[in-house]
Design a protein around this ligand. Structure first.
Ligand code: PEP
Length: 243
């Protein structure tokens, strides 16, 4: 199944979010072959979900705590996310890694908590411009993968997202062939190390309706993770149409 994930980040209050999603739902439909998933700011999710009252729309959280419960001010647990009806959680986004100093140790714990709740995990990896320029993208990404996954990982719940850090919010993307090659190498790493065939890998980083067709037609790309362009209903729907 092809996936399109809308990462709204810290944008849209509950009412604005609901209006955006209502317009999206009027234009596009989920089906067995392709699915869109919305990641609103978590405090809006229950409201939007209840008001929308639609079983065909899937929700996720942009993060979860590495802890189960307790004195962790500002955190939200995987169990809480599950209880409000989210099916997905995004982990390892480069903004969380760089702005909140989330390292592999923390991410390993978050993956564990999310797996315990049977949430589907969209796990982001991606190199810095420095690594890309040195032709070291895949080495950087393999380390990110092997730091958090092992033989005990339940890969049935894992979706990967390749997001070159330098492509996020910049309107710059790698060349199509480079994207396909990295996706192929990510799939091959997971196959060689863990014997898991064809793990889904989404591409994220400056996807717009003007480039989504080319990116989604690549052999090893299973969908997209969309930031900025997911905030505008009509643009998000156009991207979905190219999936
Ligand atoms: C993101 O932050 O995950 C992302 C892909 O952002 P954008 O689409 O704005 O580059």
């Amino acid at each position: 199944m092809k996936l399109l994930v809308a990462n709204w980040k810290m944008n849209k209050s509950y009412n604005d979010g609901l209006k955006t999603l209502q317009s999206v739902r009027k234009k596009i439909k989920n089906n067995k072959k392709k699915r869109y998933i919305i990641l609103p700011p978590i405090q809006s999710t229950l409201y939007i979900k209840d008001k929308l009252d639609a079983k065909d729309v899937f929700f996720g959280s942009q993060d979860c705590s590495q802890y189960n419960n307790g004195a962790f001010t500002g955190d939200i647990s995987a169990e809480m996310i599950k209880k409000i009806g989210c099916k997905y959680v995004l982990l390892g986004h480069s903004e969380r890694r760089s702005l909140y100093f989330e390292d592999s140790k923390v991410l390993f714990e978050k993956i564990k908590r999310a797996s315990e709740q049977k949430l589907k995990i969209i796990f982001c990896v991606g190199e810095r411009l420095y690594d890309y320029k040195k032709n070291k993208s895949i080495q950087f990404i393999i380390k990110q993968l092997l730091d958090v996954f092992n033989e005990k990982t339940n890969f049935g719940n894992i979706i990967l997202a390749y997001e070159p850090i330098w492509a996020i919010g910049t309107s710059i993307t790698p060349k199509a062939q480079e994207i396909d090659s990295i996706h192929f190498k990510i799939k091959k790493t997971i196959k060689d190390k863990f014997n898991i065939l064809n793990i889904p890998v989404l591409y994220g980083g400056s996807v717009k309706s003007s480039n989504s067709d080319e990116i989604f037609s690549l052999k090893h790309v299973d969908g997209g993770l969309i930031g900025g362009a997911s905030l505008i209903a009509s643009e998000f729907c156009k991207i979905y149409d190219t999936l």
